[in-house]
Design a protein around this ligand. Structure first.
Ligand code: ZN
Length: 352
């Protein structure tokens, strides 16, 4: 009988109610906030909660974390200033491919088994554990192509993956499944905000090549990779503009919010300043460092598959935002070494 994957809202609410009784415990409180936010977002098609306070309050919240961003700023800027320039994110016309939910899960399992025992073992552990209740293929929305939410205290891992009728269905699922594998192997990994996406983005990139070949799709892998690149570049642009805003905020934060707003809109377009209120600095830049790590590993994977996968395992087991660059340097990897070359090659292969 075909499996019926569905995450029930009642189950999420039951978990939330249970966590609510123990919020004195820091770990439970963290899970409580996480599931509460998830339920809220699910009720609004994955839309982020709007920040009604406006941009000045958002900058005030960002300000303490600005130092972390500044450390990554040169790497991000170098990535943005070289290679391809995008005016907006690309939305390719993908070929239609209809994969059932069950086939998507089983083919992804096969994909992980090709990457090695470490990956498939942890994925199997997840599949054995009520996976029908922990996987959901939702109708694609404009707000999300997928996410994984991990409950530290109960070990629950929920995968939401968009039910596209193209190559993105299995590859976005592989991305979320990699988040599950990371947390099966290292329950602390979920907290590594800046690098948490690196392993998943790497797996997603190699999954595009894998599924493209398996399903005989021509150049769909390249189109999907091009789409991802364009999205990351646009986020990079936003992060760099946010950085400019924080520089203005630093000089003006003794003024009233109305004055700060006036200074911001004097230097930057008002439309831009206003639309930035919806995102925190952290939401803007965590994917970029991860993507740059993923590109280096992806490039290495083409010539030395085992080495790339072993580094990935090292990142999952031992990586943190504080040690990541030292960990990578141990293997001779530094960011932006291949990112522009990767962009050029992608263009060449796509004939752009
Ligand atoms: Zn992710």
């Amino acid at each position: 009988m075909a499996k019926n994957y569905k995450i029930r809202m009642e189950y999420l609410k039951q978990l939330r109610d249970m966590f609510e009784n123990y919020v004195d415990d820091f770990m439970v409180a963290r899970d409580y906030l996480r599931i509460d936010m998830l339920i809220e977002r699910l009720e609004h098609d994955f839309q982020q909660e709007a920040n009604n306070d406006g941009i000045v309050e958002q900058l005030e919240e960002d300000y303490p974390y600005w130092g972390d961003f500044r450390k990554c700023h040169p790497k991000i800027k170098r990535f943005y200033n070289g290679g391809l320039y995008f005016r907006e994110a690309v939305t390719p016309n993908f070929k239609e491919v209809k994969l059932s939910d069950e086939d998507t899960v089983m083919l992804t399992r096969e994909f992980f088994s090709k990457q090695g025992e470490f990956f498939v073992k942890h994925f199997d552990d997840f599949l054995e554990d009520d996976s029908e209740e922990h996987i959901d293929f939702f109708e694609p929305t404009k707000y999300s192509s997928g996410e994984m939410v991990y409950m530290h205290t109960t070990g629950d891992k929920f995968i939401f993956a968009a039910n596209y009728a193209n190559i993105v269905k299995p590859t976005a699922f592989a991305h979320e499944a990699q988040h599950v594998i990371d947390n099966e192997a290292n329950p602390e990994f979920f907290e590594n905000n800046v690098i948490r996406e690196s392993t998943a983005m790497f797996m997603e990139l190699i999954a595009t090549d894998y599924f493209n070949e398996l399903l005989g799709l021509g150049n769909q892998n390249l189109l999907r990779q091009f789409e991802i690149l364009s999205i990351v570049k646009m986020d990079t642009r936003d992060a760099l503009i946010r950085d400019k805003m924080l520089r203005i905020y630093k000089k003006t934060n003794h003024l009233t919010p109305a004055h700060i707003y006036k200074r911001l809109t004097k230097r930057l377009s008002k439309d831009y300043v206003d639309c930035m209120a919806d995102y925190s600095m952290y939401q803007l830049y965590n994917y970029q460092i991860s993507y740059l790590i993923a590109i280096e590993l992806y490039t290495l994977y083409q010539v030395d598959r085992d080495k790339a996968l072993n580094i990935l395992i090292d990142i999952i087991l031992n990586g943190t935002p504080h040690n990541i660059f030292t960990l990578l340097a141990k293997y001779g990897i530094s960011l932006n070494k291949h990112s522009h070359q990767y962009e050029d090659e992608l263009c060449l292969k796509l004939g752009i």
